[in-house]
Design a protein around this ligand. Structure first.
Ligand code: GDP
Length: 533
């Protein structure tokens, strides 16, 4: 084993690359700040997200994001904890949903599923969990906002188990029901209680003290009794943490806390270090795998244009999968075998872009001057490697886009093509609609706002969007296209996705899709995510 592969193996073993997934408002920004603060990656709370009333706007690059106080672009936080290097990839935190979120999940080894104690599982928790399951990503659960009235702990566990077919294995357990949290029991050390006292005003972290079981019983009375009984009950039911089933995506270690008061956050951070898997061998397209100590390879999971307003540029976010990444080296782009120079490699923590000279498996680097790179690209050195393509997700929103000024149609076409390449939206065309009226397809409608904004500001080609009444897309074939073109009853149409020439049949709802299926039993009609994996 040479020095580089030895270094890659050692460094990979102490990396933990993860993302927090949650429904908006469950507390993702708050938890991210608390985690980073704990690990002292940033000095002041609020430097992570630019929400109104908070201090910094480190992850908000785009003008539009600033205006709205949201974070469209994803940043990566890197911090050390207990001898480990943690890479926390931020998923877009706005009330909408886009393909970016999914792509980030292609670059992590573990996800923390954040649940609001009062709300339980919500729509986007479900969608994101589906992606994790699909990709085989192990999930740690954090039940947040336990400082506020909420649902019963056991009931929340039941919900996770029955809805997600995922066995919850509590690692911490709350003393006091939601709204009356006095502390936590660490299931691995049930002979003591961690008691938290919040300072009035709530701005500061709660103080933590360790109580013996006797003291806890004296001080907390029935709350302590109930908590220990529940925990025993759960353990008798086989709900103890189990590494094998966690890594296989069959069980989830559960933590309770209140991110806003920093309660339970350290235990979660410890869990990421202790339980989350380190980067491992990665599957290759066409079989086989790339070991972490193999020569360098990396996966582009996001491409972002114009992050730096002072010079137009594209940054590709690359997750290192194997070997050692060295800035300045020339690597190969797998899709066409062409060389790519890595002279401009940056850290990608918000606006703070310092050069990265060296990175290891699990780390994320921002490659500047990346006009040639696409989402899903593999870069490698030495022995060739190609990672499986990024899944394309089923769009649920469709809009016809036209140039507002017909004199700018050249810029219009160029802009739409670039946004398609970046994966900002999917672009679909049909003979019927023609070149000047492509259809944009999005997972979340906010992707359209990004298109409008960027077309006007970057390409000086303002656009008009007309929403189409479709909400469901399926992959079809020529027979489907022909059938739907003929049908006078079924509402829907067939469009070609520019990116991969896939034929998509789009419908207003699943009833229309079902009548299509009955009318044309020989035509292909496949769900999209499945069709691409
Ligand atoms: P995000 O949309 O998931 O990023 O959620 P935020 O972090 O912005 O949190 C949404 C709201 O919930 C904010 O008003 C937070 O202050 C609040 N919040 C977050 N964590 C907690 C918590 O542990 N307890 C309480 N009571 N509120 C919280």
């Amino acid at each position: 084993m040479n020095a580089a592969s030895a270094a890659a193996a050692t460094e990979a073993a102490r990396r933990r690359t993860f993302a927090v997934i949650s429904h908006p408002d469950a507390g993702k920004s708050t938890l991210t700040e608390a985690l980073a603060l704990h690990a002292r990656a940033i000095t002041e709370a609020g430097a992570v997200h630019g929400k109104s009333g908070r201090r910094g706007v480190a992850s908000d690059w785009m003008e539009m994001e600033k205006a709205r106080g949201i974070s469209v672009t994803s940043a990566v936080l890197q911090f050390e904890h207990q001898e480990c290097v943690l890479n926390l990839l931020d998923t877009p935190g706005h009330a909408d949903f886009s393909e970016d979120t999914y792509r980030v999940l292609a670059a992590v080894d573990c996800a923390v599923m954040l649940i609001d104690a009062a709300k339980g599982l919500e729509e986007q928790t479900r969608k994101l969990f589906d992606v994790c399951r699909h990709r085989g990503i192990p999930v740690i659960t954090f039940i947040n906002k336990w400082d506020r009235p909420g649902r019963e702990a056991l009931e929340l566990l039941d919900e996770i188990e029955s809805e997600f077919r995922l066995k919850p294995t509590p690692v911490t357990w709350p003393v006091g029901e939601a709204g009356y949290l006095s502390g936590l029991i660490d299931a691995r050390r049930p002979e003591r209680m961690l008691r938290y006292t919040r300072t009035p005003g709530g701005a500061q972290a709660a103080t933590e003290e360790v109580l013996s079981a006797e003291q806890a019983a004296l001080d907390q009375g029935v709350d302590w009794e109930r908590a220990t009984e529940e925990l025993e009950l759960l353990q008798a039911d086989g709900a103890e943490y189990d590494e094998e089933s966690f890594l296989a995506g069959k069980s989830t270690p559960v933590f309770f806390g209140a991110a806003v008061s920093n309660i339970g956050v350290r235990l979660l951070l410890d869990a990421v270090v202790e339980l989350a898997p380190a980067p491992g061998a990665r599957e290759l397209e066409g079989g086989g795998e790339r070991a972490v100590d193999a020569p360098f390879s990396g996966l582009v999971f996001k491409v972002q244009a114009n992050m730096d307003p002072s010079h137009r540029d594209r940054t590709a976010f690359l997750r290192v999968c194997s070997g050692v990444f060295e800035r300045g080296s020339t690597v190969t782009r797998a899709v066409n075998g062409k060389p790519f120079a890595t002279k401009y490699a940056n850290s990608v923590f918000g606006q703070d872009r310092s050069s990265v000279d060296i990175a290891y498996p699990g780390d994320v680097v921002g490659l500047g001057n990346a006009g040639a790179l696409r989402v899903g690209d593999t870069l490698y050195a030495g022995t060739p490697a190609v990672f499986p393509p990024m899944p394309t997700f089923a769009p649920e929103h469709f809009a016809v886009v036209r140039p507002a000024d017909i004199g700018r149609s050249k810029q219009f076409r160029r802009g739409i093509a670039q946004l398609d390449e970046e994966g900002v939206v999917q672009v679909l065309v049909s003979d019927l609609r023609g070149d000047q009226a492509p259809v944009l397809a999005a997972v979340g409608p906010m992707q359209f706002d990004v298109v409008s904004h960027r077309m006007e500001n970057e390409f000086s080609a303002p656009v008009r969007l007309e929403m189409l009444p479709y909400h469901l897309a399926r992959a079809t074939d020529a027979a489907g296209a022909e059938g739907l073109g003929r049908s006078r009853i079924i509402r829907g149409e067939v469009l070609t996705r520019v990116r991969d020439k896939e034929l998509l049949a789009v419908f207003p709802d699943r009833w229309q899709a079902a009548s299509f299926e009955r009318a044309f039993p020989d035509a292909r009609l496949d769900p999209l995510l499945a069709a691409h994996e």
